[in-house]
Write a protein that binds this ligand. Sequence first.
Ligand code: GUN
Ligand code: ZN
Length: 428
Amino acid sequence: MTDQLLLGQTLRFSSDPFSGDPEAAAHISARGGVLVRNGRIAAVGEADNLRRDNPIATVTDHGDHLITAGFVDGHMHYPQTAMIASWGKRLIDWLNTYTFPEEMKFANRAYADEIAGRTLDLALANGTTTLTSFCTIHPGSVDAYFEAANARGMAVVGGKTCMDRNAPDGLRDTAKSAYDDSKALLEKWHGKDRITYAITPRFTPTSSREQLHVLGALWAEHPDCLMQTHLSEQIDEIAWVRDLHPQARDYLDTYEAADLLGERGLYGHSIYLEPREIDRLAEVNAAVVHCPTSNTFIGSGLFDMAGLKARGIRTGLATDTGGGSSFSMLRTMAATYEIAQLRGTALHPAQLMWLATEGSASALHMSGQIGSLNVGAMADIAVLNLASTPAIAQRSAHANSLWEALFPTIMMGDDRAIAAVYVAGKAV
Ligand code: GUN
Ligand code: ZN
């Protein structure tokens, strides 16, 4: 394959913009370029230099559009795509009323294939090149998702959602079948092509102690897999966990007691954390995943980004579709900004962009592989039009810096701002 040279404005990071001056962590070039070779980023730099050094590369000039790493969604539910924006409920009612009936449909493999393909296409249209998804209890829903990702060449994370109680008939497995099915699926998929398997107990209320324990044992047998679940999303949910586990010190302890707390664990939401839970997450270097449009949509609460980042806790960013109300990581960054404002912190656009790319990649232990424009990363790339609507264009037209030009797209942009997407160097 001949080398490919993408030209435009470029944005990449050499460090975490939460530790120190956010702008110093970023490298921006008003006339930069990215050289793609065999699906990876082979060079980044100034457009003129890259052209001179690579005279036979195929050039795609994106003008003054912004070339950035493709977005990495650190937590979502592809089976909830068709019921996004369902009205009027909070978490437990929302699950029972809208979510579980929809997830029941994934017993039908053809339906799973249709929604998996639809979800990945919606993600790509929004500049998201990696999804981290819960599937349903049905093993076929996992095959559908990974096959659809492979057909698109995408790096994805996912796993069979396990639940053996507090879910309707037809949507429960058992401790044994959860272990057996998850083991068979991870042996089939983990590490194949660009697939990463995540052992996936939905959350404490829907797993018996026995199920949590066998999934902890499975993770210990396959420690290179990720583990994803939910933690402390709503007050009622936490009270329910306390009723179900009166002996537990806190919500996280219900996972910890089952060996489901670890460095490769992803704890979605993590809003109402006790000091001990924060200490333990920090000690084991686990990752939390912020789902801001979901947290406002289902009325969950205000995630403490500044506090958790100050404790050094690895933090990813996610849509949480369909609890989240958008497929767009731009909308997700806007909601992140708004929630942080309500907590008294103004996040810098560099911090928002980093969270949506390298932050999520780091939560997934894929730093340097995805979510990055640095040399050696896979060429999963999004190209942003910073003047995609009249309202955005009239604001960015008189910006004095790239940050000022980008921020209106973060706050007001959507899929119209995605000018191009590349997956492993191939234009979508
Ligand atoms: N907690 C347990 N399951 C879910 C889910 O599907 N969505 C959200 N937002 N929270 C959950
Ligand atoms: Zn979720």
